[in-house]
Design a protein around this ligand. Structure first.
Ligand SMILES: Cc1ncc(COP(=O)(O)O)c(C=O)c1O
Length: 387
């Protein structure tokens, strides 16, 4: 096992999900967002943990993630990106909920499901202001009518996505919400009138949903039938502008250890490009992690690590496989000592927010950057994992 590893506390993720569920109440379902390798935490293990904690839906970004997940669970999996010609078949074979953003795709999926003698679950995406995927609200009800009549599609949901729910100014998020509510009301009317005319309904009750983490925290009118927590499940608030109305804790610790410690004389240079020179006699430690693991070179000169509960700066250029740590004249630190790059160490902590702030990004990106070269170790997993 590599010394550099990401420890994932599954109990923390489960507690975060339970707290979300408590906030939204028992009538609202929770969809665990596990796209992008569960924000870097591990697709299958996290999916299992969140479903054990009460999530009854899973959300991924691309069909491939849904296919990988389907071997491990029977619960519904919604793929947020619309199907492409190349992967339509996957939705049929692996029983994935397709996001429909155009009639063309709806017809193509209906045809392919029909020829396989199956029905595919679909959800309509409405663009209420995200400015990305989906039908504009004015076209959504017509799309709903047409799609619900397609023989081989089962229309199970209608959803939208908020662009600014994590901002302190909720004006635009509220406008999106009103726009979504209007669509929900119009579709509910369509459903009611088809029920009145006793048309046999081939689809189950429609699930309406729009809330991401920012909305779960701060927009109580946004819960509808289901909420979709992503970053919150992993223990981070989506921004500094939201409230912290749900108490969550980070699940990931990025750890390594010192593989060498040397004393450098004054005026010696460290790493590529000689960007750092020792000013006095200085101890420098080497940690076997680098941008080849997703610990981006852009953090050069900006990040620190924790050793024995104390903070030490990364010195010199971050390389593909190693970083160097300036230990000054601290002779207590030794080869083999544990290094924390993200997480807690004693009373000290470096959070994904600390690194994100240095880079002008968000913790989402920091967590997703940790790539597959870094083994994930799962703590507090109740179920033995077979993968
Ligand atoms: C469609 C959809 N729903 C929910 C989420 C979860 O968002 P967050 O991580 O902010 O909770 C995402 C992530 O961007 C998403 O794309």
């Amino acid at each position: 096992m590599r010394t550099s590893r990401a420890e994932i506390d599954l109990a923390a993720i489960q507690q975060n999900i339970r707290k979300v569920a408590a906030k939204v109440g028992p009538a609202v379902r929770v969809l665990g967002v596990v796209k992008a390798n569960a924000y870097g935490h591990g697709l299958v293990q996290v999916a299992r943990a969140v479903t054990e904690a009460g999530a009854t839906y899973l959300g991924v970004a691309i069909a491939e993630e849904g296919v990988a997940l389907r071997q491990h669970t029977n619960i519904p999996i919604l793929v947020f990106s619309p199907p492409t010609e190349e992967n339509l078949e996957d939705y049929v074979r692996f029983d994935l909920d397709a996001t429909i953003t155009s009639m063309e795709t709806a017809y193509a999926l209906d045809a392919i499901a029909g020829s396989a003698g199956k029905r595919v679950r679909v959800q309509i995406k409405v663009d209420t202001g995200m400015g990305r995927l989906g039908f504009f609200p004015k076209n959504a009800v017509e799309a709903f009518r047409t799609i619900s009549n397609l023989e081989s599609l089962s229309l199970v949901g209608v959803y939208s996505h908020l662009a600014t729910s994590d901002e302190v100014n909720k004006e635009f998020a509220k406008r999106q919400l009103i726009s979504f509510k209007n669509v929900v009301t119009a579709i509910t009317d369509v459903l009611a009138s088809s029920a009145r005319s006793n048309l046999p309904s081939k689809s189950p009750k429609t699930i309406f949903h729009i809330a991401n983490s920012g909305a779960i925290l701060d927009l109580p009118g946004s819960f509808f039938d289901m909420v979709r927590p992503g970053i919150m499940a992993y223990g981070y608030y989506p921004s500094f502008e939201t409230t912290q109305s749900v108490d969550i804790r980070p699940a990931l610790t990025l750890r390594s250890s010192l593989v060498q410690v040397k004393t450098f004389q004054p005026g010696m240079s460290i790493s590529y490009g000689r960007k750092y020179f020792t000013r006095k006699s200085e101890r420098v430690g080497v940690v076997p992690i680098g941008y080849g693991d997703g610990f981006t070179r852009l953090l050069t000169g900006k990040a620190s690590v924790l050793i024995n509960g104390k903070k030490y700066p990364i010195v010199g250029t971050i390389t593909m496989d190693h970083i160097m740590v300036g230990l000054g004249d601290d002779y207590e630190v030794q080869k083999g000592d544990e290094v924390v790059l993200i997480g807690k160490c004693g009373d000290a902590e470096i959070s994904a927010w600390d690194l994100a702030s240095e880079l002008g990004t968000i913790p989402y990106e920091i967590l997703c950057m940790i790539n597959n070269r870094v083994p994930r170790i799962y703590l507090n997993s109740n179920t033995p994992l077979t993968d």
